[in-house]
Design a protein. Sequence first.
Length: 284
Amino acid sequence: MTASIVVGLDGTEQANAAAEWAADEAALRGTRVHLVHVQEPSPEVLLPLVPREHPEAWAEELLARTAAALRERRPGLGVTTRLLPSQPVPSLVAAAEDAELLVLGSRAMSGVAGYLVGSVGMTVAGRTECPVVLVRSLGTPDPQGPVAVGVDLREPVDDILDFAFAEAVRRRAPLEAVYAQQLPLYARIGPSVTPDFRVTVAPEIQRSLDDLLASWREAFPDVSTTGRVAVGSAAQELVQSSEGAALLVVGRRSRRSTLGSHLGSVAHAVLHHSRAPVALVPHD
């Protein structure tokens, strides 16, 4: 579906939140929303409240009801729907082939049933070619909040920063780029004579981060941009940055290993604990 934001629905509160987020994003982008539901695995097995009779009718009603709610939320928004009759992972990956974004519901570690907010959603997020946004039902993100983006100075970041800056422009929001430097083990447990890495290393990394952001600041002069270097766990620092953020942007490798596509440990942790919607942007 060209020029659309695809949303996967499974009847959960998280998926409903994802659809609402997608409608607001589509309004910012001037595009439309395409709602999809995969018939398998059977919703009556995964969602106990779904009637065992006529699951297809339930799915069609879910799509129609959600589409109507989005049109009411955003008058004039184009919304289309489709019931996908095959397995969820390949169906959702195929549905997102020509999409600008794929949006799914996400859950905390102790979340509820629903195949799109659990392992299937995580698998799909690691396989699509387009960015994937995962949304938790934690209330509406602060529309005035910053766009936070995690960067790794050792990895390609152009695709990640391009997405993050474009989102900041759409929202007229500031942008915070975060780089976390994990201390080596000996620096964390060594004797007191061990040099303080926070003093000796962080300023040099800050200069490298500022150098990286210089061309982006020039290209996006209307975006108030800050770079923050933290010493510690990247996942922990990014989760902290998600507090009050409108969106958290992180990268994931698009190359597939012999074990298949998968999310990195930082992205995996952030998806489970971020307070803000998380955008996973593929990169080489």
